[in-house]
Every structure is written in C-alpha cells, then in structure tokens.
Design a protein around this ligand. Sequence first.
Ligand SMILES: CC(=O)[C@@H](O)[C@H](O)COP(=O)(O)O
Ligand SMILES: NCC(=O)COP(=O)(O)O
Length: 245
Amino acid sequence: MHPKRILLGVNIDHVATLRQARGTRYPDPVYAAQLAEEAGADGITVHMREDRRHIQERDVRLLRQTLQTRMNLELAVTDEMLDFACEIHPEHACLVPERREELTTEGGLDVVGQEARVKAACERLAALGIEVSLFIDADKAQIDATVRCGAPVIELHTGAYADAEDDASQQAEFERIAEAARYAHSLGLVVNAGHGLNYQNVEPIAAIAEINELNIGHGIVARAVFTGLREAVAEMKKLMLLARG
Ligand SMILES: CC(=O)[C@@H](O)[C@H](O)COP(=O)(O)O
Ligand SMILES: NCC(=O)COP(=O)(O)O
C-alpha cells in the first residue's frame, strides 16, 4: 500500500460514444488517450462492449500501438472477447458483466455464480502475462471468490455510491467500499475502484488508503466538453492526490 500514491486510469469510452452517435471519424479516442496521458493519466481504460456501442476493434488495435502508459481492457467473459484480448495482449484485462439492454454497467461481475467460467478466463489471460482484475461489488463473498479464481486485482464498482440519492445512503455505500477495500487488501489483492466517479464525489473514495487506482471516464469526458481534456484530466488527478494528503 502506498498511502500517498494513487493512480488515475482514464476511461475514454465516451469519446467514442460521441463519434458513434454520428458515425463520423471524430472525436478520435486514440487522440483523447494521447492528451490524457500528457495531462497525467497513469493508464487508459477502454471497454469494448459486445454491441460495440462506443469503442471499436480499430480503436483498441491503434491504442495498443500508440499508448505510452498501459492499457486496461475491460471485457465480458465470452469466448469472442477473450480471443480478442489474447490477441491484443493488453497490460491489464478487467472482466466485467454486460447486458445489451443496460445503459451502463449496472453492477459487479457475479464471480460466485460463475466461478468455474471466471477462473478459466483468469487462467487463460494470466498464462499470457496479462494482469487480470475482476470488476465486482463491494461484497466479501465476491472478494473470496476472486481469490479462488486467482485474479490478483479487483476493481470495486462505485456506482451505488455515486448514484446514492441522499447523504445517509451515500455514507453507507462509502463504508461498504472502504471495508471491502480493507478486506481485499488484507488478502493480498490490489484494489482499484471506479464507475460514476466525478469531481463532486471522488475525494472520499480517493482517500481510502488501500485503493491503488481509480478508473474514471464519463465524469472526465463530460467536464472536457467545457474545459478541454487536458485540464479535465489534470484537475481530476489533482483532486485525487489532494485527498490522499
Ligand atoms: C465497466 C465500466 O464501468 C466502464 O466501462 C464504464 O461503465 C464505461 O462504459 P459504459 O458506460 O458503456 O458502461
Ligand atoms: N470501470 C469504471 C470505468 O472505467 C469508468 O466508469 P465511468 O467513470 O465512465 O462511470
């Protein structure tokens, strides 16, 4: 654990969402990744969904050739996506749940409910030297199942915290995340977190000492519409580092 160090993975999916909305060639997520790296991103996250609503194969292939930091490829646990990840060979692969009809990733991966399948996916990726993380809810049973699957990293889903409608429920969600981070860290897992984090809600999560990295996309891309991407990334990183003290 590095009490003062916290990393920012910038998720650039929603730059591609804007491009796909009109079928244009712009804005290009590859250029966004370069700007984000220049502004202090420690890594770039992309979620290539099965329905290709934002990130396309072309994006991932070009990013693999151009990123200066590291790629965190989020993928569903399907043969098609695992084959693609093995071909691309990102530094990190994060297994996430996916439902075509969802607006966004609504919850964590149910590792307990499909342990054999997740374990096989973890083993396949790890055999190639890809560091695997599982995107899970802040739940002890899911953390224990992650350890049994052999994944060295978790990403805690912060969506319920971000979407909480009042202070009391947000505090309850925060405590669930903080406790899960402590528990997972005590088991030797690297603990990341993300989903729905923005400039208003990031600081308490960034202050959790056991958290290694936050993956943040929608909030940064939305801010960039008004400030430009460089400033949006730099401001987020500053808030995270200030929260660490
Ligand atoms: C898995 C995850 O949390 C991110 O990929 C993020 O949700 C952005 O992608 P979507 O908005 O398509 O879910
Ligand atoms: N895994 C979470 C992520 O990459 C970013 O999620 P969001 O900030 O776009 O909600």
